[in-house]
Design a protein around this ligand. Structure first.
Ligand SMILES: Cc1ncc(COP(=O)(O)O)c(C=O)c1O
Length: 343
């Protein structure tokens, strides 16, 4: 239900019963995750305001007909993402500033140029090394290439689909093209991450991914890297928390530069075969990477979503990336693109 349609009924959530009324209106999901997601929606919609005191766990559990443990679990995940704070006996409050609404880590990247004028922190390729796109643009403008005439056509031209499949590290069910790897990550997160989900990320990793996951209300589980990729034992331990997804950079990992070896990819695949989580591979360096195009999708294609960016090889202003993997996720990404166009 759209939050706009309930807000006039509950403007100013001053009384516990108002709070519960608005909670009842936003969702029927009475699991800890569902309650946490509803409260988060109330906060982001401004219905619950910074500093508002929440009713006691007992009051809410009685009203919603759930156990106090369920409400406590919901409060715990909201506290972990910084949406709530507990002040001992004084109670639980909406945090004064809700983190995760902006790309804070992304904006913190970069900084002043170094003495040699080289800033590697943003991963921007040297424009002098980029290929000329002139002949490609000429072919398009002269009508010498396939052309798409409608937003509702297949998102990938036939010849491009063939070429992507020929070079993809595994046989994907479906392929589409979006506006760069970051756009791909954002659209995939929209589909595979729900509020309160645990998500495995590499540590150190790509700060903008952490911003996106935080905004989605995910709890991140950090796993370390060694010179071959993610440390298998750490992944195995993280999977005990039943994460919804694992995000990996298979090549030229940002910021360590590590590329996953074939041996490591098979070890990780074996560990992941015992779980049900999605595996999202961000091959952000794509065609300029020198390491092999190793993918866990060779072993678990039904749960692996592989992103290949062309920003580094063809220019960041083109912002093109292909995504290949299970139809369920790729179809959702295609649908979200159409929804954006139709707005
Ligand atoms: C790990 C990682 N993912 C994604 C991106 C963004 O890629 P794109 O320009 O295709 O959006 C970058 C950019 O450097 C990156 O380092």
């Amino acid at each position: 239900m759209a939050i706009d349609s309930v807000s006039p009924l509950v403007a100013g959530v001053d009384e516990p019963q108002d709070f519960i009324a608005s909670l009842l209106l936003t969702s029927d999901d009475r699991s800890a995750k569902g309650i946490a997601a509803s409260v988060h929606r109330l906060i982001t919609a401004g219905i619950m305001r910074p500093g508002d005191r929440l009713p006691t766990v007992r009051e809410i559990s009685a009203q919603l007909g759930v156990s106090p443990a369920t409400v406590s679990e919901a409060w715990q995940s909201l506290t972990l993402v910084g949406a709530l704070i507990t002040r001992g006996r004084a109670g639980t409050f909406v945090a004064l500033s809700t983190p995760g609404t902006g790309p804070n880590r992304y904006m913190g990247l970069g900084g002043p140029q170094t003495a040699v004028g080289l800033d590697l922190s943003q991963g921007t390729p040297d424009p002098a090394l980029l290929p000329s796109l002139l002949s490609a643009v000429e072919r398009v403008t002269r009508g010498q290439t396939e052309w798409s005439s409608s937003y509702f056509d297949e998102p990938v031209l036939g010849t491009l689909d063939d070429e992507l499949r020929r070079t993809w590290p595994f046989a994907p069910e479906r392929i589409t093209v979006v506006d760069g790897a970051l756009d791909a990550l954002s659209r995939i997160i929209d589909h595979v991450v729900s509020f309160g989900d645990r998500i495995v990320v590499e540590s150190p990793g790509f700060p903008p991914l952490f911003d996106l996951l935080e905004r989605a209300g995910a709890q991140m589980l950090a796993v370390s890297m060694d010179e071959q990729g993610i440390v298998p034992d750490e992944l195995a331990r993280a999977l005990e928390f039943e994460p919804a997804a694992v995000f990996i950079q298979p090549r030229a990992q940002n910021p360590t530069g590590t590329s996953m070896t074939t041996l490591r990819s098979s070890e990780l695949a074996q560990i992941l075969s015992t779980s049900a989580c999605w595996i999202i591979e961000d091959d952000h360096s794509g065609d300029i990477a020198q390491a092999d195009d190793v993918s866990i999708g060779r072993y678990i294609p039904e749960r692996c979503i592989h992103i290949r960016s062309y920003s580094k090889s063809h220019g960041p202003d083109l912002r093109i990336a292909a995504i290949g993997g299970p139809s369920e996720v790729i179809e959702a990404v295609i649908a979200s693109n159409i929804a954006v166009i139709a707005q």
